[in-house]
Design a protein around this ligand. Structure first.
Ligand SMILES: NC(=O)c1ccc[n+]([C@@H]2O[C@H](COP(=O)([O-])OP(=O)(O)OC[C@H]3O[C@@H](n4cnc5c(N)ncnc54)[C@H](OP(=O)(O)O)[C@@H]3O)[C@@H](O)[C@H]2O)c1
Length: 315
């Protein structure tokens, strides 16, 4: 298949490119060309800022693809998603949009399934993703374009550009305590980036996935404290938790980003399993262990980390 990936040189989209090449697809990427060295051999690069709709139309004028995967969040609005589809109008077979589990209304009881009402609980990010989803669904309804919405959550794994699991590695390796908001009992669900990439690769061109949305994440839910305990286990380091209330309107506490917010975030993955037979191959402990190996391999354990704010708070 000829596949165009918007993004392609970072975390989710780079893993996707690697999975597609592994599966023998002909892959092109579209990005601003800031990290060309990261592209695997044999991948064609189209250099363009997706927010520049004129440049996008010119860059994609001669392209015809079996599948398009819109990954890069720029932050991408509905107009940007629409401009991408227009730039490839009539020349794309299946369009897959990377949305987020955060489109679901997190004020409702967990778990969230694909038909749980969407809301602006997560603000501008949710608005952009919901409106982006709606653009694709409209193209499906009105023009018969094959579209699929993928809703990941808490993506972790090697090459993560966000300081999520690495935040805890940094502290546990140095014997530092971990700050936990309140009791640390809010539930989280994490998905390994390779499982997300494999799931998207497996969906391309699959007619059963047209017009559908899928939650794509791991199958285990874990509390905030349970997540940190698991990481300490993986690293075989002792764990000291320091519980703090989340301040209302005060100075922010340096909690890891995965701990920082006060609500459950749990999603059913029944639909993607039963309709498409897609399941993750990484359990959370095994995926964290593999991510820690990457962290050590990259020498990230030797990077300087500023603990000033944390030290002040702990004092
Ligand atoms: N990480 C999570 O936990 C999580 C959870 C749910 C959903 N998601 C979604 O997953 C997707 C992937 O996120 P990610 O962290 O892997 O990174 P990303 O958003 O895909 O961004 C990185 C890639 O996009 C390119 N890019 C950035 N701005 C661009 C622009 N204006 N025009 C063209 N290309 C651009 C970058 O290359 P250049 O810099 O060279 O342009 C790079 O290749 C996003 O849609 C995000 O909302 C992530």
């Amino acid at each position: 298949m000829r596949v165009l990936v918007v993004g392609g040189t970072e975390f989710v989209s780079l893993h996707l490119v690697q999975a597609l090449r592994r599966d023998g697809h002909d892959v092109a990427v579209l990005n601003r060309g800031r990290s060309p060295a990261r592209l695997p051999a044999g991948v064609r690069a189209l250099v363009c800022d997706r927010l520049d709709h004129g440049a996008l139309a010119r860059t994609l004028a001669g392209e015809r693809v079996d599948a398009l995967v819109d990954v890069a969040y720029a932050p991408t609005t509905a107009a940007d998603v629409e401009a991408l589809l227009r730039a490839l109008e009539g020349r794309v077979g299946h369009a897959l949009f990377v949305s987020t589990g955060r489109v679901h209304d997190h004020a409702l009881p967990i778990p969230y399934h694909e038909d749980t009402p969407r809301s602006l609980y997560w603000g501008e990010y949710a608005r952009n993703k919901i409106e982006g989803e709606d653009v694709l669904l409209r193209w499906h309804r009105e023009r018969g374009l094959g579209v699929t919405l993928v809703r990941p959550t808490h993506v972790y794994g090697p090459l993560n550009t966000r300081n999520n699991e690495t935040f805890f590695f940094d502290r546990l390796l140095r014997g530092r305590p971990i700050l936990v908001p309140g009791a640390g009992g809010w539930l989280r669900q994490f998905g390994h980036v390779e499982d997300l990439a494999d799931a998207m690769a497996a969906m391309l061109g699959v007619r059963a996935a047209f017009g559908q949305a899928y939650n794509v994440t791991g199958e285990e839910a874990v509390t905030q404290v349970g997540f940190v305990e698991l990481i300490a286990d993986v690293l075989t380091r002792p764990l000291t938790l320091v519980h703090r209330e989340t301040p209302r309107g005060g100075a922010s506490v340096p909690f890891g980003q995965n701990l920082a917010y006060d609500c459950h975030a749990v999603y059913t993955t029944t639909k993607v399993r039963s309709a498409l037979g897609i399941r993750p191959r990484h359990t959370l402990p095994a995926g964290l262990a593999q991510t820690f190996e990457w962290y050590l391999r990259e020498g990230l354990d030797r990077r300087p980390v500023d603990f000033t704010a944390e030290d002040a708070l702990l004092r």
